[in-house]
Design a protein around this ligand. Structure first.
Ligand code: ADQ
Length: 465
């Protein structure tokens, strides 16, 4: 079988692929190990131009080569902090109000994609299949094609693809979609995302769509929906193993028999944290019997803290947590425990297992793996309830969740009341439904389906005249 080359903005470290960090790294590494290959991308370091030009740095782990490059400050600012995270991320999450478009940053985004592509070319073999991940790297295939690379190249978008009316807000929207059309396969998280892409192709690119086949900008490509998932058994095992560990026992003891609501997210405005805190506040206001009897633990490690909107969300959230705690705390009771740090995976999974409710309420999310991890971590004999936003990609699969519109503060507060009071038989039924979906769409199925489709595509057709 041909070698696999994975390209992503950040490359997992060899340690992360051994299961200590996210499941995604483990899943992708599994595919790389099977065929042998390369994982290529940014190391996460900001370096001088001289050092950047010396890369990629190669690290071997069995049949897998980790190939990483550092980015000079200007490239980091324009490609990563600028166009990727201050323009593409907000608009793709329907937050045009937070987007900042800057032509120089866009030029930097394309320049870095092209520079990275040229770094990779030296490592490529004629038979390799190349799998590119996420919004940072939309023009990557186009850069490879311009340099004469004819290998099969696939792209998976981890975040939502916005409807055309939203996408049109990005001034170079057409160039971005044209770049996407240079891939052989473009994968989305949900049917809605694929539909939005097709809609743009038909209405704004004068292209055609027939089933999953797209013809536009003189290119022909295939699109598909690949629901990303988790490995549920591995999570259940981690959750169970962590139960008896000291930290988890300490938390349990400190709750003094109170019910626990768990939320875990990167600190990002797309995750709906402020709305969630307000819904919890409304719940305490309307249900005095629960005051002192339920705690919301929100774990949210800061990310992208050098992008201004991320500093603002952090301040807002600290203010909201302080205000609500000021209102409802007692001498021995803090309603919201808000923790800004990363935790080991087993610890998060065990906390999920200890809790009665998983509150996952993003305003917009490609999939949301936390929702899936929450379900997988439950004790089948006494499962907690997932309260899930209808705007998470996961909502399409997890029909056993209590669904909410996160903008509806009262509705979310009612859902909390319902989840906390839910009888065991209903909890078990909902857990069973969700687990069936988790098994159907696990991480292995996601990876294998995408790679099978990519391997099955005909080698790139010559550009039509
Ligand atoms: P994210 O926006 O990062 O991912 P999500 O899918 O929820 O969102 O994944 C977050 C991961 O980080 C989970 O595995 C979670 O356990 C872990 N995590 C979160 N907080 C943590 C903490 N404090 N300590 C340790 N680990 C923590 C993007 C898209 C999503 C899409 C995924 C995968 O935005 O929509 O589901 O990619 O495609």
């Amino acid at each position: 079988m041909s070698r696999l080359v994975v390209v992503s903005n950040r490359v997992a470290t060899p340690t992360e692929t051994k299961g200590s960090a996210g499941g995604l790294a483990v899943g992708v590494f599994g595919a790389l190990k099977e065929t042998g290959g390369v994982w290529f991308g940014w190391s996460g370091d900001v370096v001088t131009e001289t050092v950047a030009n010396q890369g990629p740095k190669l690290e071997q782990d069995g049949a897998v080569t980790f190939a990483t490059v550092g980015l000079p400050k200007k490239d980091y600012d324009q490609y990563y902090r600028g166009f990727s995270n201050a323009e593409l991320w907000p608009v793709f999450h329907y937050r045009n109000d937070l987007a900042i478009y800057d032509r120089d940053e866009y030029a930097g985004y394309r320049r870095v994609n092209s520079w990275l592509a040229h770094k990779l070319i030296k490592l490529l073999e004629p038979d390799d299949i190349i799998w590119v991940h996420d919004y940072h790297l939309i023009p990557f295939a186009e850069a490879l094609r311009s340099a004469g690379v004819t290998n099969r190249i696939g792209f998976f978008l981890h975040i939502p693809f916005p409807s055309p009316q939203i996408l049109l807000n990005i001034p170079p929207h057409e160039e971005l979609v044209r770049s996407l059309c240079c891939y052989n396969v473009v994968g989305f998280q949900t049917e809605g995302d694929e539909f939005a892409f097709h809609d743009y192709i038909r209405r704004h690119a004068h292209g055609t769509v027939s089933g999953s086949r797209v013809e536009a900008f003189g290119r022909s490509l295939q699109t598909g929906v690949y629901h990303i998932g988790v490995f549920p058994d591995e999570i259940a095992e981690q959750a169970e193993r962590g139960e008896a560990r000291q930290d988890v026992m300490d938390l349990k003891q400190s709750l003094e028999g109170r019910k626990l609501i768990m939320s875990v997210d990167r600190l990002d405005y797309s995750k709906g944290l402020v709305e969630r805190f307000r819904a919890f506040e409304h719940f305490l206001e309307k249900s005095p019997e629960w005051r002192g009897n339920v705690t919301l633990v929100q774990i949210a490690p800061p990310t992208r803290s050098d992008v201004e909107t991320y500093q603002q969300i952090r301040q807002n959230l600290e203010y909201e947590a302080g205000r609500i705690n000021g209102r409802y705390s007692g001498l021995d009771y803090t309603p919201i425990r808000y923790l800004n740090q990363r935790y080991d995976r087993w610890k998060l999974m065990s906390l999920f297992r200890e809790s009665q409710v998983g509150l996952v309420t993003p305003l917009r999310d490609g999939m949301n793996l936390v929702a899936k991890e929450y379900v997988a971590a439950q004790n089948p004999d006494d499962p907690g309830v997932l309260v899930l936003s209808q705007f998470a990609g996961a909502a399409g699969e997890m029909s056993g969740a209590v669904m909410v519109n996160p903008h509806d503060i009262v509705g979310t507060s009612d859902a909390l009341a319902r989840a906390l009071a839910m009888p065991l038989a209903e909890r078990k039924e909902r857990y069973k439904t969700n687990m069936a979906a988790l098994r159907k769409y696990d991480l292995g199925a996601w990876r294998d389906r995408f790679l099978t489709d990519l391997r099955g595509t005909k080698l790139r057709q010559a550009k039509k005249k």
